[in-house]
Ligand binder design. Structure first.
Ligand code: ZN
Ligand code: MN
Length: 256
């Protein structure tokens, strides 16, 4: 049996030992969502799980099984429901999943939790899940609990963004399946990327509002919202290094 930071790959006595030693537990939040014609649909799971694995290895942490279904994909941030393969769950269900996992980790005496998100639409429901867990546990009774909620893209330094986007950063909403995610995947899982299949039909020009139930038609046919041009494994390594370094620093300063 190999040594691992993945909680579900450990026998329970080993998990118990590490939790008793104060291991921070990382909970990656992802989605099963189209990421263009050039990438697999598990991008939002692979990236935060890989970052969590790296940081957990440095801080004696554990990585809980990721939540692989995301809150409803939206046209302006993930392409929306028009693509085969995207499996949406509701914000309500997503929040309750986050809440239940946190409550059960707490019951097992985990007191340091890092919720590491890889899917834009999970932001609100993840916050709600944490709040619901605090309501359920009793805010006045969990003084020893600390939960950190991180969107990995927020930890990329401005200097790195300037290097990755010499012509200007389009903003994270439009980065769906674009240079940041494609570069990170080229660095982490090149077997799940085929740049030769990219359509290069971006960037999307969205109206500044949403329309239901017939979404705006501006989602590019590929499902990529910005550009894949300029993606590289080297850029992916810069981006991942920023996330890993800064999350390790944050975890050390918050928990140790
Ligand atoms: Zn994504
Ligand atoms: Mn996403």
């Amino acid at each position: 049996m190999k040594d691992t930071v993945f909680l579900a790959e450990l026998p329970w006595p080993e998990a118990a030992k590490r939790i008793a030693a104060g291991a921070p537990v990382f909970l990656p939040l992802g989605a099963t969502e189209q990421h263009g014609r050039h990438m697999a649909m598990n991008v939002d799971v692979v990236i935060p799980t890989a970052i969590a694995e790296k940081v957990a290895g440095q801080v004696g942490g554990l990585v809980a099984p990721p939540i692989a279904y995301g809150n409803r994909s939206q046209p302006r941030t993930g392409g929306g429901p028009a693509f085969s393969g995207t499996i949406n769950i509701t914000a309500h269900t997503f929040s309750l999943l986050v809440k239940d996992v946190i409550c059960d980790l707490y019951r097992q005496k985990v007191r340091r939790i890092v919720v590491l998100n890889g899917h834009y639409e999970n932001i609100g429901p993840a916050i709600e899940g944490i709040e619901l867990a605090l309501d359920a546990l009793g805010r006045d009774r969990v003084g020893d609990l600390t939960i950190l909620r991180i969107d990995h893209w927020e930890l990329v330094r401005p200097e790195t963004l300037a290097k990755v986007f010499p012509d200007g950063y389009p903003g994270i909403e439009l980065e769906h399946a674009s240079v940041i995610e494609t570069s990170m995947m080229l660095a982490l899982r090149p077997d799940l990327v085929d740049l030769g299949k990219a359509l290069h039909d971006g960037p999307a020009q969205f109206r500044p509002y949403d329309r239901y139930p017939r979404p705006a038609e501006e989602v590019p046919p590929s499902g990529v919202l910005s550009l894949t041009e300029g993606s590289s494994a080297e850029k992916g390594r810069w981006l991942l290094a920023d996330c890993e370094t800064r999350i390790a620093e944050i975890v050390k300063s918050e928990f140790f």
